[in-house]
Design a protein around this ligand. Structure first.
Ligand SMILES: [Fe+2]
Ligand SMILES: [Fe+2]
Length: 261
């Protein structure tokens, strides 16, 4: 029996958290997910994550939280990142940094490895993501039945390359970080579900999560501007992947859902 994995793009601030909570019943009805993964790197105040915001995502029914370049914004979360087995950060950050780069969850009798990697172009990493992905897969070999990768990455070229690099070895390579959904969701020939970016969960009325008048002013004036999280017209962006018994994907469907109410 294939299992259904719902993956939710970067949840941005309180509007994103509240929006996800409001949308989850409908998403559960529509996709009956066995596993829910959400990127939480923007969940606290639009940048970073805390134990409290992670807790809110777990309360929505999220099983695993992935992150990215904003993961260390809030110092008070470092201990939580070390202790939590269900919140992960890119594996190719310095090994001594708080947190872990992968986790294993059992759902519907299947062991799913969730891995988080960061792109190396315009983002800071300790090790390149491609050999890191190989090392992680080798480490998880025999311990998991399928692998889902959140590739938190700026460049579509690096993302597409990672899709091909893991094709036939991971159930899914799902891009995050740009907050803008791409129109290239597909299952690659080797059986890996791929999308360059799932998008974000938050206000569509802003500029990738920030109030648009502030973001436009920053670009217009090139002066420092205090950013606040946009809160109108909240959407949940993500993807649903059907994962077969052999650990590869049957299908990937993009999720672009306005929050009800
Ligand atoms: Fe983000
Ligand atoms: Fe990011």
């Amino acid at each position: 029996m294939p299992i259904s994995v719902l993956f939710i793009g970067d949840v941005v601030g309180k509007p994103g958290r509240a929006g996800l909570a409001a949308a989850m019943p409908e998403l559960r009805d529509r996709y009956s997910p066995d596993l829910v993964i959400a990127n939480g790197e923007n969940s606290a105040g639009g940048v970073g994550i805390t134990e409290k915001t992670a807790g809110e995502l777990f309360e929505c029914g999220v099983d695993v939280i992935t992150t990215g370049n904003h993961v260390y914004k809030h110092r008070e979360a470092y201990r939580f990142l070390d202790e939590s087995e269900r919140v992960i950060r890119p594996a190719n950050y310095p090994a001594a940094n708080p947190g872990r780069g992968h986790t294993i969850v059992e759902r519907a009798g299947r062991r799913i490895g969730v891995i988080n990697l960061s792109g190396s172009m315009y983002l800071t990493v300790a090790r390149y993501p491609f050999p890191e992905a190989d090392a992680l897969l080798e480490r998880l070999d025999g311990e998991v039945d399928a692998v889902i990768c959140d590739f938190h990455c700026e460049l579509t070229s690096e993302k597409v390359a990672m899709g091909w690099h893991l094709d036939g070895r991971a159930a899914a390579v799902l891009g995050t970080h740009t907050h803008v959904p791409t129109a290239d969701a597909r299952v690659l020939p080797g059986g890996t579900a791929y999308i360059s970016d799932v998008g974000m969960t938050g206000s569509r009325a802003g500029v990738i999560g920030v109030r648009r008048e502030q973001a436009v002013k920053a670009f217009r004036t090139q002066m420092p501007i205090r950013f606040e999280t946009a809160d109108e017209d909240v959407w949940v962006n993500g993807a649903v992947v059907s994962v077969r018994d052999d650990g590869l994907a049957d299908s990937i469907e993009q999720v672009l859902t306005p929050v009800p109410g």
